[in-house]
Design a protein around this ligand. Structure first.
Ligand SMILES: Nc1ncnc2c1ncn2[C@@H]1O[C@H](COP(=O)(O)OP(=O)(O)OP(=O)(O)O)[C@@H](O)[C@H]1O
Ligand SMILES: [Mg+2]
Length: 408
């Protein structure tokens, strides 16, 4: 399908541990949000805990998802904003300082680029690469909390940036798989940040909120404060681990354990119902709610304890007026909000993409938050393209492109 001049096509491609998902959005000039005109989903093979372990298998999963999205939308897909996932990804906040260039001390876009570069001059361990950089706030001659310094006057410009980096081999294997599937990478976004883009409101981010994306193999965390990203990380545990635990605990196959999880497991169970017998057709028998709870509950407790420890690292344990927004496939488990409220002692709600037109029944689902967020990122920053095989040596280029796209 050829888009009209007043229309633009945007593509998000999420390579998750359990599914690859490709979303095609058609944006009409003047509309607030794109209309979703194509969705393709394929089960992932070749990924473990958010990281490529088999390039060939990953390529065929990507191809299957992209083909389906092409068929449904009628759009030929050769580019996308893609996800990056895995516990190898870490974040840090870094400061940059420069002297303003112009004699009349007016701050120009150039100065902003330079100060951002100064902030990225961090010591990264070997074999790590910067993936994303977010300027959080600027200060001019000691006046802090400036959102856009361009046009202001000053001598000394400082920036506080949030820098996300990851393991180079993991990034390269993912990039290679995407390129082999015939897709040019127009941007790469950490999963919880992509999901946040789709489900968090500006007000929640102003208040202070944590986005928790419970996927199949990972749980992503993104903490926002005063409208900006404060902290992000990926934990190597997800809802898929509950399935594995059930398979072991109930002595059954992974496929049956997955069915049992979806059908019978609740994240939160009242004490009174613990002795309740659950008839499990798949096992041709009965188990008590307590048995299910003992297995799945232990893993869920682990996930939320790890999330709480992440919040603690940035002093936000119990301290988020906007609460927690749960998303990802794991957030579909019955009773997850109650469990999160208890475990994190914060308000908690499930978030999913809302307010879109097009194939809405398909995407009205927490498991689609990240892919939809990637499509939205493609709309905002998708103009730059990355050459196949980009990686080492191209960090600076990649960074400059990122910075250029972050400029107002
Ligand atoms: N109703 C449900 N109850 C419990 N778990 C569910 C439910 N629906 C889906 N899930 C689980 O969600 C997980 C998949 O979530 P999602 O699609 O967000 O993962 P992914 O993006 O492929 O993986 P990751 O983000 O970890 O790389 C699977 O483990 C699946 O069993
Ligand atoms: Mg995911």
């Amino acid at each position: 399908m050829a888009a009209k001049q007043t229309e633009q096509i945007y593509i998000g491609l999420d390579i998750g541990s359990t599914k690859v998902c490709c979303v095609v959005g058609l944006h009409e000039e003047g509309a607030a949000l794109p209309s979703v005109i194509g969705v393709g989903v394929a089960p992932t093979s070749g990924m473990r805990k958010g990281v490529v372990v088999d390039v060939e298998e990953t390529v065929s999963s990507i191809t299957a998802a992209v083909d389906e999205a092409e068929r449904i939308s009628g759009v030929a897909i050769d580019r996308a904003t893609i996800s990056i996932d895995g516990a190898h990804v870490t974040s840090q906040n870094s400061r940059g300082v420069i002297a303003v260039g112009r004699a009349d001390q007016e701050i120009m876009v150039d100065d902003v680029v330079r100060v951002e570069e100064a902030a990225t001059a961090i010591q990264l361990p070997p074999n790590r690469e910067i993936i994303q950089v977010f300027p959080r706030s600027y200060s001019v001659d000691g006046q802090t909390n400036i959102k856009d310094p361009v046009g202001m006057n000053g001598v000394r410009l400082e920036v506080e940036s949030h820098i996300i980096s990851g393991s180079l081999p993991a990034i390269k294997n993912l990039d290679r798989s995407i390129h082999q599937a015939g897709i040019a990478i127009q941007g790469q976004v950490l999963v919880p940040l992509a999901a946040a883009r789709a489900v968090l409101t500006k007000r929640q981010k102003e208040l202070g909120v944590a986005l928790v994306d419970i996927g199949g193999g990972t749980t992503g965390v993104a903490v926002y404060e005063e409208g900006d990203i404060l902290y992000s990380s990926v934990l190597p545990v997800g809802a898929g681990h509950i399935t594995n635990d059930l398979a072991i605990g109930l002595k059954t196959s992974i496929d049956i354990a997955e069915k049992i999880k979806l059908k019978y497991v609740r994240a939160h169970t009242s004490k009174a119902s613990l002795n309740e017998k659950v008839k499990v057709e798949e096992l041709d028998g009965e188990v008590t709610r307590k048995e299910l709870q003992n297995i799945a509950g232990a893993r869920l407790d682990e996930i939320f304890q790890l999330v709480r420890a992440e919040l603690k690292k940035v002093g936000k344990d119990l301290m988020l007026p906007g609460g927690v927004v749960l998303t990802g496939g794991g957030a579909k488990m019955a009773g997850i909000e109650e469990l999160a409220k208890e475990a994190l002692q914060l308000p908690a709600v499930v978030g999913k993409p809302e307010g879109f037109s097009g194939i809405v029944d398909r995407i009205n689902d927490p498991a689609f938050s990240a892919p939809i967020g990637l499509m939205l990122e493609n709309m905002s920053h998708g103009q730059q393209e990355q050459a196949p095989g980009a990686g080492i040596g191209q960090t600076v280029d990649r960074l400059k492109k990122t910075l250029r796209n972050l400029l107002p």
